[in-house]
Design a protein around this ligand. Structure first.
Ligand SMILES: [Zn+2]
Length: 294
């Protein structure tokens, strides 16, 4: 689509700024540097962001300062559109729809995915589940190689490793509230340690009968271990990994939309997916509020 046609479908710029301001500041704009409310408006930037002068620390800032939208050449409404579309559309398609350069859109998509992992804090306590899944992901997915005609089988049965383009993904779920974390691994040799790191000592971990989880209750962070073998016909009390299997179906559907993701970027994609699953009602607001300066 050419750029003029694309703009017809974008939300009005001023509404995007209003939404961003409301998420960041609420009713009263406060200084992003010193949090003072001794702030006055001082014109707008070239990208139509409101500019402010803080009387307290005597510095300028604007609506976009320290947000994920600050350092990009896109208009704010284009970035809102990219964030909305990246939930379901391959980046190449978004770039075509916007009439924008693929690399530039991909960079922004990766940045949003990167901060998703930071926003979405995670730890394990009480009854939790862990399970593994193997994703077929090579050096480059179609996401990163627009012209590649190769179709990739997304999931193959059996074990694999990162080197062999079948990186294992550990899925951790907290039974209490269903929050999930996906961990892309080189291999599963240290899976028990990777998992235990998230535990607070109270964790009762439910897994399948795979040997990598043996003796995990010996590690600090994990209190007990319930292993189920897949040949068991019955789910006995807490001892199941049904929640992980449910998250795996989201993971499969999600990655299938992109028809192959580079294994080097797989973690980012799954961080964004986890943010959406863990914060279905306010994941977008969390991105709006995120402060890139830490
Ligand atoms: Zn200030």
């Amino acid at each position: 689509m050419d750029k003029q046609s694309a703009q017809v479908f974008l939300p009005p710029r001023e509404r995007c700024f209003e939404r961003l301001r409301l998420a960041r500041f609420g009713e009263t704009v406060t200084c992003v540097h010193c949090e003072s409310d001794e702030v006055v408006k001082r014109g707008t930037t070239g990208k139509d962001a409101q500019q402010y002068w803080c009387k307290n620390c005597e510095t300028y800032f604007n609506d976009l300062t320290d947000t994920i939208f600050g350092q990009h050449r896109f208009a704010l409404e284009e970035m809102f559109d990219i964030v909305k579309e990246m939930r379901s559309e391959p980046t190449a398609q978004i770039a075509r729809d916007l009439g924008r350069d693929y690399e530039a859109v991909l960079n922004f998509v990766h940045e949003v995915q990167d901060v998703s992992g930071d926003i979405d804090e995670f730890d394990l306590y009480d009854v939790c589940e862990a399970d593994e899944i193997y994703v077929t992901a090579g050096e480059k997915g179609l996401e990163d190689e627009e012209s590649s005609p190769r179709q990739r089988g997304l999931f193959k049965k059996g074990r694999g490793d990162f080197q062999g383009d079948k990186p294992p993904v550990l899925t951790l779920v907290r039974r209490d509230d269903g929050r999930v974390r996906f961990l892309v691994c080189k291999d599963l040799q240290d899976a028990d340690e990777d998992i235990a790191e998230y535990g607070d000592g109270s964790v009762i971990l439910c897994t399948d009968g795979y040997g990598i989880y043996d003796d995990i209750e010996e590690l600090e962070g994990v209190d007990g271990h319930l292993a189920v073998t897949h040949s068991d016909t019955y789910v006995i009390g807490d001892a199941h990994t049904n929640t992980c299997e449910n998250r795996h179906s989201f993971l499969r559907q999600w990655l299938a939309k992109f028809r192959g993701v580079s294994k080097h970027h797989l973690q980012k994609y799954l961080d964004f997916l986890a943010l959406k699953l863990n914060s279905p009602g306010n994941w977008f607001e969390k991105l709006l509020c995120y402060n890139v300066s830490g």
